[in-house]
Design a protein around this ligand. Structure first.
Ligand code: MG
Length: 241
């Protein structure tokens, strides 16, 4: 599962989100029911997940698959040109300094430029990021998300995280399910589709390769609670794909 926009409502700033009461407990119960085969797959840093949800004994991939840890907390990290990322982060900071309301989230392995509080800066921000990336060849990729432009190394994404997790216990041999809301989740959807899994988009963003849809964060939380408690049905609708 993705986190922001999936388990938690989006906020003006990433550090202003509000975790609904009971979410950590629901995730714990779901994980217990599935013998530990539950994972969070987010653009946030792993440390940021702990700040939000507390330190849960649940597997997680952070920064779009660049860092990963199992339920016991053992970490693996993909190699990243941190000097290059720092250079890009510096350039984006320069842009943000001249565009009040925009904000750079430097996560070390990835960097995000948020413009939710500065909607008028959207086009300028997109142009600036594309221009900044033009000089670095194929090394970095841009994801155009919900009020955010995310820069990350090319070749590792949420689909990578899904495939890596599915190759080892406790996930190996199971049917993967990916729930997410934004463009970076498309890689996760594609990966589970390839593995004959279940891809679920939260909301109504198009286009998507997700095969199922659930209305919003509240509906997702209700579905998870119902799965965790083994009572009742969720509220997914088949997109007919
Ligand atoms: Mg999201």
């Amino acid at each position: 599962m993705d986190i922001d926009g999936t388990l938690i409502e989006l906020a003006e700033r990433p550090d202003e989100v509000v975790v609904s009461t009971g979410l950590p407990e629901t995730l714990n119960r779901l994980s217990q029911r599935l013998d530990g085969a539950v994972a969070l797959v987010t653009g946030r840093r792993l440390d940021d997940i702990d700040r939000l949800l507390g330190r849960l004994p649940i597997a997680a991939a952070g920064q779009h698959g660049l860092e990963r840890r199992d339920a016991a907390g053992h970490r693996t990290t993909h190699a990243v040109d941190r000097t290059l990322m720092a250079t890009i982060a510096d350039r984006l900071q320069g842009f943000a300094a001249g565009h009040p309301g925009t904000e750079v989230e430097d996560k070390g392995l990835t960097v995000a430029l948020h413009y939710r509080r500065a909607p008028d800066a959207e086009e300028a921000a997109r142009r600036f990021v594309k221009e900044a990336l033009r000089g670095v060849g194929d090394a970095l990729s841009l994801h155009d998300g919900k009020k955010v432009l995310e820069v990350k190394p090319f070749g590792v994404d949420k689909g990578t995280a899904v495939r890596e997790m599915m190759a080892a216990p406790p996930f190996a041999g199971r049917t993967p399910v990916f729930i997410g809301d934004d463009v970076t989740d498309e890689d996760g959807f594609a990966a589970v589709n390839d593995l004959d899994g279940i891809s679920i988009e939260v909301g109504y963003r198009e286009p998507t390769v997700a095969r199922y849809r659930i209305a919003d964060v509240d509906a997702t939380l209700a579905l998870l609670a119902s799965l965790a408690d083994r009572n009742g049905e969720g509220s997914m609708t088949d997109r007919g794909i």
